[in-house]
Design a protein around this ligand. Structure first.
Ligand SMILES: Cc1cc2nc3c(=O)[nH]c(=O)nc-3n(C[C@H](O)[C@H](O)[C@H](O)COP(=O)(O)OP(=O)(O)OC[C@H]3O[C@@H](n4cnc5c(N)ncnc54)[C@H](O)[C@@H]3O)c2cc1C
Ligand code: FES
Length: 294
C-alpha cells in the first residue's frame, strides 16, 4: 500500500440521518483501499487555523467509472472541522491522504463472521461484509446507536447479512440497550468464528468482553477498529498511541494510525487504556523518592 495525497472534487454530499455522506473523486486512493482503511482530510480554507487533518473510515470506493476512482465517507458534524466539511458543495475541492492504517484481516477459509457497528462506526463494516461474502463467509450484523437517527446503514445491513440485530440506547429502533446485550445470542445463533467491530472505545471493550466469554469461556477472536484522537495520521507524532501486547508478549505503545486502527481485541491492554503502563517498553522507570532535608 502506498498512501497518496489527492485534491479531489466533491461529487456529492448528502444527509444520512444524523450524519453526512461525502463522495470525493480520489483516484489513487480508491484503487488501493481495503476494508478498515481510513482517509485523513484537510479541513478549513488555505488561510485557516485548522492545521490538523481529520480521520474518517472509508465507507465505500468505486475504483472505476466516468469520474475515475471515488471515495465515500460518513461523518458527524460536531466540531469545527466536520462542520466546515458539512458545508462543502459538489465541485468544491477537498484534500485527502489515504488509504491509511492497517485494514481488517480476512479469514483464509470461509468462516462465520459477526460484524458489530456503533453509530458511524458501522460505515467501514459494509465493505468488509462484501469482502467476507466474496470469500464464502457467513455475515451477521449487530448495529447499534444512541438513537434511531444515529444508526447508520440499517438497510445495507439487512440486504447483506444472514441476520441483523438492531439496538438503540433509547429504544427508538430495534431493542433498547447496547450491542453487547444482544451479541451473546447472535454469536451462538450464527456459530460465530470471529467478531469484527468498529465504534466507540467503551463499545469495543464490551464487545471484546462478550467475545472472550463466548462458548463457555473458550472465547472467539476479535478484530477491533479503534478510534484514538489523531494528529498526523501517518505515524510521526505519537498522538494516537495505546498500550498493545506485541508478538513477543511485551506491552508497547502502538500508533493506531499505522499499527492500527484494527487490532486483535486480546492484544489491547484494556486495563491500561489512556495511560502508559509501567510495564510498557520504554515507560519511565519509577524514580526513588527523594528525601527532603529537614
Ligand atoms: C481511524 C479513525 C476513523 C474515524 N472515522 C470517523 C468516521 O467514519 N466518521 C466520523 O464522523 N468520525 C470519524 N472519526 C472521528 C473524527 O476524526 C473526528 O470526529 C474529527 O476529527 C472531529 O473533528 P472536528 O474538527 O469536527 O472536531 P474537534 O473536536 O473540533 O477536533 C479537534 C481535534 O481533535 C481531534 N478529534 C476530536 N475528536 C476526535 C475523535 N473522536 N477521534 C479522533 N480524533 C478526534 C481532531 O482530529 C482534531 O484535531 C474517526 C477517527 C479516527 C481516528
Ligand atoms: S496520529 Fe501521529 S503517529 Fe498516529
Amino acid at each position: 500500500m502506498n498512501p497518496v495525497q489527492v485534491r479531489g472534487e466533491v461529487l456529492s454530499i448528502k444527509q444520512a440521518g444524523a450524519y453526512f455522506s461525502m463522495t470525493v473523486v480520489a483516484s489513487g486512493i480508491a484503487e488501493q483501499t481495503r476494508p478498515g482503511h481510513f482517509v485523513a482530510v484537510a479541513v478549513g480554507d488555505d488561510d485557516g487555523s485548522m492545521l490538523l487533518r481529520r480521520a474518517f473510515s472509508i465507507y465505500q470506493v468505486a475504483s472505476r467509472g466516468v469520474y475515475g476512482g471515488t471515495v465515500e465517507f460518513i461523518f458527524a458534524a460536531h466540531g469545527k472541522g466536520t462542520t466546515w466539511l458539512s458545508r462543502r458543495r459538489p465541485h468544491d475541492l477537498v484534500d485527502l491522504v489515504g488509504p491509511l492504517g492497517r485494514p481488517f484481516t480476512l479469514p483464509k477459509e470461509p468462516a462465520n463472521c459477526v460484524l458489530v457497528g456503533g453509530g458511524y462506526g458501522s460505515a467501514p463494516l459494509f465493505m468488509l461484509a462484501d469482502a467476507l461474502r466474496k470469500r464464502g463467509c457467513r455475515v451477521d450484523f449487530v448495529v447499534g446507536a444512541a438513537t434511531q437517527d444515529r444508526m447508520f446503514g440499517a438497510l445495507d445491513a439487512k440486504r447483506m447479512a444472514a441476520s441483523v440485530a438492531f439496538t438503540t440506547d433509547d429504544g427508538s429502533f430495534g431493542e433498547q440497550g447496547r450491542v453487547s446485550d444482544v451479541l451473546p445470542a447472535v454469536i451462538d445463533k450464527a456459530h460465530a468464528d470471529v467478531v469484527y467491530a468498529c465504534g466507540p472505545m467503551a463499545m469495543l471493550e464490551a464487545v471484546y468482553a462478550v467475545s472472550a466469554a463466548a462458548y463457555n469461556g473458550q472465547g472467539i477472536p476479535t478484530q477491533l477498529a479503534v478510534e484514538e484522537s489523531m494528529a498526523c495520521g501517518i505515524g510521526v507524532c505519537m498522538t494516537c498511541v495505546l498500550p498493545v501486547i506485541a508478538d513477543d508478549g511485551q506491552t508497547r505503545m502502538m500508533r493506531s494510525c499505522v499499527e492500527g486502527p484494527v487490532f486483535p481485541g486480546d492484544r489491547i491492554r484494556w486495563d491500561a487504556l489512556g495511560t502508559v503502563p509501567d510495564d510498557a517498553l520504554g515507560a519511565a522507570a519509577m524514580t526513588a523518592s527523594v528525601e527532603v532535608p529537614q
